[in-house]
Design a protein around this ligand. Sequence first.
Ligand SMILES: O=P(O)(O)OC[C@H]1O[C@](O)(COP(=O)(O)O)[C@@H](O)[C@@H]1O
Length: 278
Amino acid sequence: MSKYEGTSYSNVGIKVRLSRILKNDRAVIFAFDHGLEHGPRDFMEDRYMAKTILEKVVNAGVDAMMLLPGMARLTYDIWKNKVALIIKLTGKSDIRPQDKHYLQSSLGSVEQAISLGADAVAATVYWGSDYEDEMISHWYEIKESATYYGMPVLQLAYPRGSAIKNRYDPEIVMYGARAAAETGADLIKTYYTGNKETFAKVVEMAQGLPVVMSGGAVRDKPIEFLEDVYNVIQAGGSGVAVGRNVFRSNNIEGMVRAVMKVVHENALPEEAVKELEK
Ligand SMILES: O=P(O)(O)OC[C@H]1O[C@](O)(COP(=O)(O)O)[C@@H](O)[C@@H]1O
């Protein structure tokens, strides 16, 4: 039997672990790999310490968080036994030579994620990139290994490359979501397409797999972000994987509570935004 044939229990493991992230097919995931992806520029002066941010996000009751292995190691006392843990196994810095910005490098293994107590692993594929082939090969390795251990895999399906003029074009985002489904993702994270009509097509293209919106740049007003999350839910999406719109907020806990109300209670944005006034 090959190492990757998996055991007869693998599918159970995948379902059990997914149920720790998705509640009634909905999830609010705090995406927090920015320390590598963007570096210090993402953090305001009083928020350099990751634990400061994670404490607030965990206290506000987020469903899951996505961390890199090293950050999970440094902060487990904050999140252990409180939120589901997704370990991202790929990454890149923002200071590498421009010609390699369309490559997510491998920076960990499924076994390491298991050692950290992960409920899922994550990997980015920049669909359309000059380095797509390398990321597909790495995705295959992660997927095979994760399946063996009964571990679900979140694919950050980010169309991105020198040939892609607009990564947020609905057709392009649809392509990324479909590619994620075709390559075995259990959970898909991709860009918001600007309205619920086009995002509904992304969800459909994902073949019924759960799709969460990648938060994206900080909106001018909190309610604008909540409106986007609301539209994603109306479009059949499963929620959001958000970083900057939470950890750069004037009220981190209030923003998490507001997003949770939209995702899990179908609250209207104008209702949910009141959480930031408390
Ligand atoms: O699109 P960019 O600039 O590469 O940002 C990637 C970042 O976006 C995310 O996918 C989602 O985080 P945000 O909500 O801050 O956009 C992060 O996991 C990742 O670090």
